[in-house]
Design a protein around this ligand. Structure first.
Ligand code: PAF
Length: 310
């Protein structure tokens, strides 16, 4: 399979490095010129518990530079605010029967991609892999966990199973599944509970478990998310959402959440696709979400204070 990854930050870089190390034909597209140049000249270095893995996937800053590519699979890993633009740019490189996979955080990414390619050509899901972008050309592999992928419409098919097998063979254990919305909402609830609070407090994920106040804040934010999910007729992939979120925070205790990493790097966060999206869904369905509305406003204010343009 010819694979192109759009967005070679922490997660995109991790997937690119693992796939390239497994001998897959993989290229990356990223707007950060220094990162791309470093990958091109020195390679992409993945720091793992077992040492460094260096690979050299093709790397470009503009999709057009891969014009003759005809990819079988495009994996979108840009920040959610860039998804629509990434999907439009993927039009020039996706082969005639190729598909686009999103494993991004938040709501709405798969639907934005479906607007460009049609829902039949979209795969979506979640990944519990953890990674940090250390600097140009260098990614650290953090926590490991399963990746779940499915079709936006309909049950899994051979393409979906093959994509999951290729990822698994590359050391990213992946499972093809039917209930994509359940997966996406399951991850959304986790991000709702962890990301904004860790970014506001500058806490690692694990520190949310250390204080009664932060456990209570997680509980309040997550309780709203559970109500909105129920009103949307989405069945979450776990029974006790608060316990699940606190367990993920414990399992990724030393991680800085992606939203905290964005704030520390002076980049726009994914607040609109996470807590903000939940508030919008709540308004649509008549479910009050005052805690998530407050978290959304606080993150937006923090972005302004840091001079970050949304
Ligand atoms: O966005 C993130 O950082 C991750 O999805 C998660 C699960 C919160 C772990 O840090």
């Amino acid at each position: 399979m010819k694979i192109v990854i759009i967005g070679a930050g922490a997660m995109g870089g991790l997937f690119a490095a693992r796939l390239a190390a497994a001998g897959e034909d993989v290229s990356v597209v990223d707007v950060w010129a220094e990162h791309v140049e470093t990958i091109r000249t020195q390679g992409l270095i993945l720091e793992t518990g077992e040492g460094e893995v260096r690979t050299k996937p093709a790397a470009v800053t503009r999709v057009e530079d891969l014009a003759a590519c005809a990819a079988d699979l495009v994996i979108v890993f840009v920040k959610s605010g860039m998804t629509a633009a990434a999907a439009r740019s993927a039009q020039t490189i996706l082969g005639p029967v190729g598909r686009v996979l999103t494993l991004q955080n938040g709501l709405g990414n798969a639907e934005m991609i479906a607007e460009v390619f049609g829902a039949d050509r979209v795969l979506a899901g979640t990944t519990a892999q953890g990674a940090t972008l250390i600097g140009p050309g260098r990614i650290r592999h953090g926590g490991r966990g399963d990746t779940h992928i499915g079709r936006l419409t309909g049950p899994v098919d051979d393409f979906c199973r093959e994509a999951a097998m290729i990822l698994s063979r590359a050391g990213i254990p992946a499972i093809a599944e039917d209930a994509v919305q359940s997966l996406i909402w399951g991850k959304l609830v986790i991000n709702v509970g962890i990301n904004a609070l860790t970014a506001l407090l500058r806490f690692t994920n694990g520190q949310l478990n250390d204080h009664a106040e932060t456990r209570e804040l997680v509980k309040l934010a997550v309780a709203e998310a559970v109500q909105v999910a129920a009103a949307s007729d989405v069945r979450l992939p776990y029974d006790n959402a608060v316990e699940k979120v606190l367990a993920v925070a414990a399992a990724t205790a030393t991680n800085r959440s992606s939203m905290l990493q964005d704030i520390l790097r002076g980049r726009a966060t994914e607040i609109d696709a996470i807590n903000g999206a939940l508030v919008r869904e709540g308004v649509r369905l008549g479910v009050p979400t005052p805690v998530n509305a407050t978290l959304t406003l606080l993150i937006k204010a923090l972005e302004k204070q840091q001079g970050i343009c949304g």
